[in-house]
Design a protein around this ligand. Structure first.
Ligand SMILES: C[S@@+](CC[C@H](N)C(=O)[O-])C[C@H]1O[C@@H](n2cnc3c(N)ncnc32)[C@H](O)[C@@H]1O
Length: 218
């Protein structure tokens, strides 16, 4: 079976049981810090939360007065997100869709968030991901990203010979601090990279800003 097919099943099971390894509610401190600064810069904005899961980040922005869209390909995740959200639903929209076929017009968002979707995209599909995601963001818009760090381990004895692995029916990719410049540097200025480590778990949180002018190839 294609890895993306079995990965869909993995996420479906995760939301059926509600027992998965990522937080259900409560936004990441990195995102909360960004929001505080962003509020003094822009009073009105549109945000897209890619792979929004149970909506902890799209909900945060909707409650701060922004128009927020949470996208996920798991209907169950979106149903849980709608249930968990406490606030005014008029600014929060949930859309079922796939990151490789995003149903939005280009340059229609001021902020993109990807907390935990890119690291389930195969290395060889990175360009397809960028082609789908990057055009949606306005020039000067922000991109907040969180991915597995190279220091992440599922168990203490885990030894990896490459920067990805397939286990439990899904794909995980592990990033180095310099991966982000390599992947996003053509379109973005990298403003901040923070590594969060707790026991075996390690994630990079990255804040980027989309260039206002694209450099034409020579
Ligand atoms: C690790 S979870 C993180 C959820 C959420 N962003 C959070 O931080 O709580 C990754 C999410 O990405 C979604 N996802 C994975 N691949 C996707 C794809 N190709 N298109 C849309 N969503 C996807 C999964 O369904 C899952 O909800």
């Amino acid at each position: 079976m294609d890895i993306y097919e079995s990965q869909k099943g993995y996420f479906q099971r995760a939301y059926q049981t509600g027992e998965h390894g990522w937080p259900v509610t409560g936004p990441s401190a990195f995102v909360v810090r960004f929001l505080k600064k962003f509020q003094s810069e822009k009073q009105s904005a549109r945000l897209l939360d890619i792979g929004c899961g149970e909506g902890r980040h799209s909900g945060l922005f909707a409650n701060a007065g922004y128009e927020a869209v949470g996208l996920d390909y798991q209907a169950l995740a979106l149903a849980r997100a709608a249930r968990f959200f406490e606030g005014d639903r008029s600014r929060l929209h949930f859309v079922r869709g796939d990151v490789f076929h995003l149903p939005f017009v280009p340059v229609s968002f001021d902020v993109l968030i990807d907390y935990g979707c890119l690291h389930h995209v195969r290395r060889r599909d990175t360009q397809a991901y960028l082609k789908s995601v990057v055009p949606l963001l306005n020039p000067g818009g922000y991109f907040l990203l969180s991915c597995f760090s190279e220091h992440f381990k599922h168990h203490p004895d885990e030894v990896r010979t490459r920067d990805w692995l397939v286990h439990d029916g899904h794909y995980d990719r592990f990033f180095r601090r310099d991966s982000f410049k390599h992947i996003f540097g053509k379109d973005f200025e990298i403003l901040e990279i923070e590594e969060e480590r707790e026991d075996l778990y390690a994630f990079y949180h990255v804040l980027m800003r989309k260039n206002t002018a694209t450099v034409s190839p020579a």
